[in-house]
Design a binder for this molecule. Structure first.
Ligand code: NDP
Length: 452
């Protein structure tokens, strides 16, 4: 049977673009890709990249005070959102162009429209044309969801935060996950008065308790009004503002409310019903270790499969898919020991098990230190950092590393290599310290602070 393409990819985000370009450019497959929105997907257009640029922008506010403490005669000025936003848009346009060019230069045919599946080998584009393909790869990502409460339509999500006409004076951010915690820091640094509601007992559920405790403390020190055990009951418009009634009885007016209350996979409206592709409880596409769905010709990667929802993981899944299907080298995706960073202020970097997870598995020793780093301590700040290792008593392997510090994302990438290689505490110990840096503490932790 002949097909129009060897591979049809639905979705032009990090995972889809990588799979399409490698399949076409490196294996010679005939590949097409459909994207209804902008190329680059969540990460490039409305996620990691613009978020990180906003983190950078927001961090300059504190730097002026620190510079003064170091003797610089400079005065803080106001942050100009319009200037930043227009530069941000230019950068995103440039990056989208890069993504389009990558596809073009690798011979991938692109369709700037929505696509849905008609059968196991056929895709229908929104203009009605149908294309057949030997393999179909779904890489449609996810989208933010708002809770179903009265007035939820008045709130924005992370999709809209990059497009504000002006910065609000007072803002409420709801949620305690990555997105909420990153944006409270960003908006606070940009001069917005920020309140955060989180329904649970501590933000960043699932991460190491000590690490998230420090992040939460430092966020409050930075001026964020964090209300734990609190949720929005209902909201209504009041003039230019939004009146929010909270579960703790508070009633407050905000200029802007953002829900960062989780994301759902974009697996609906794809025509999957009736094809035999299995969907999970959250609506995610269920795949095996090779990203193959229950229909052999249909694969799915990235957030739409709701495995580990991170850009580099989607890219890995895309590469493994190409190895499996187009290089005859079946490659399961390795989801173990993924280092990751949360761009809160202070930043958190983590790899492996939290103390709580590790202790539930086996006896462990905890090595940790918390201190005031030289650079900010000199400037008179009370900010503390945390370096923490979780070590197996039986094997001496470092099972987890948790860093809360400026630059923790950069540090954890490198620690991640050692942990992935199975380094023991003694391997860390025989590594000579780099002095004077914060990360040297990771190789000079002599005594465990406790066993667990
Ligand atoms: P998360 O699932 O991480 O967090 C959602 C938060 O919203 C949780 O605190 C959750 O509370 C809360 N919540 C859920 N439903 C409700 C509700 N009805 N009312 C009030 N609160 C609610 O989602 P995010 O949106 O923060 O991030 C999505 C994914 O994006 C992450 O899983 C991550 O993989 C990825 N991401 C990664 C980043 C990075 O690598 N730096 C940055 C941003 C996103 P509870 O804890 O009680 O369930």
């Amino acid at each position: 049977m002949s097909f129009d393409y060897d591979l049809f990819v639905i979705g032009g985000g990090s995972g889809g673009v990588r799979a399409a370009r490698v399949a076409a450019g490196e294996t010679g497959a005939k590949v097409a890709l459909a994207e209804e929105d902008r190329y680059g997907g969540t990460c490039v257009i409305r996620g990691c990249v613009p978020k990180k640029l906003m983190v950078f922008a927001s961090e300059y506010s504190g730097m002026v005070e620190d510079a003064q403490a170091y003797g610089w005669n400079i005065q803080p000025g106001a942050f100009d959102w319009d200037v930043f936003r227009s530069k941000l848009y230019t950068e995103l346009d440039r990056l989208e162009g890069v993504y389009r060019n990558i596809l073009k230069n690798n011979g991938v045919e692109t369709f700037d429209m929505r696509a849905r599946l008609v059968d196991a080998h056929t895709v229908e584009l929104s203009d009605g044309t149908r294309k057949s393909a030997k393999h179909i790869l779904i890489a449609t990502g996810g989208r933010p969801v708002k809770p179903e409460i009265k007035g939820a339509e008045l709130a924005i999500t992370s999709n809209e935060i990059f497009h504000l006409d002006k910065l609000p004076e007072r803002m409420l951010i709801v949620g305690g996950g990555y997105i909420a915690c990153e944006f409270v820091g960003i908006m606070n640094g940009m001069g917005v008065e920020v309140t955060q509601y989180y329904r649970g007992a501590q933000i960043l559920r699932g991460f190491d308790d000590e690490a998230r405790g420090l992040v939460s403390e430092e966020m409050c020190q930075n001026g964020i009004k964090l209300h734990l055990g609190t949720n929005v009951l209902e909201m209504e418009r009041e003039g230019d503002r939004i009146r929010v009634k909270a579960t703790n009885g508070d009633e407050e007016l905000f200029d802007q409310v953002m829900f960062a209350t989780g994301r759902v996979p974009n697996a609906d409206h794809l025509g999957l019903e009736g094809l035999g592709v299995e969907l999970g409880r959250k609506g995610q596409i269920v795949v095996d270790d090779y990203s193959q769905t229950a229909v052999p010709s249909i694969y799915a990667i990235g957030d739409v499969t709701d495995r580990v929802n991170l850009t580099p993981v989607a890219i890995r899944e895309g590469m493994a898919f190409v190895d499996t299907v187009f290089r005859g080298k079946p490659t399961p995706v390795d989801h173990a020991l993924i280092p990751t960073a949360i761009f809160t202020q202070p930043e958190m970097g983590t790899v492996g098990l939290s103390e709580e997870e590790a202790a539930a598995q086996e006896p462990v020793e905890i090595y940790a230190t918390s201190f005031k780093p030289m650079q900010t301590a000199f400037a008179g700040r009370s900010q503390r950092v945390l370096m923490k290792l979780i070590v197996s008593k039986a094997t001496r392997k470092v099972l987890g590393c948790h860093i809360v510090a400026p630059g923790a994302g950069e540090m954890i990438q490198l620690v991640g290599i050692a942990v992935k290689m199975g380094a023991t505490k003694e391997d860390f110990d025989r590594t000579v310290a780099v002095h004077p840096v914060m990360a040297e503490e990771l190789v000079t932790l002599r005594q465990p602070v406790r066993s667990a």
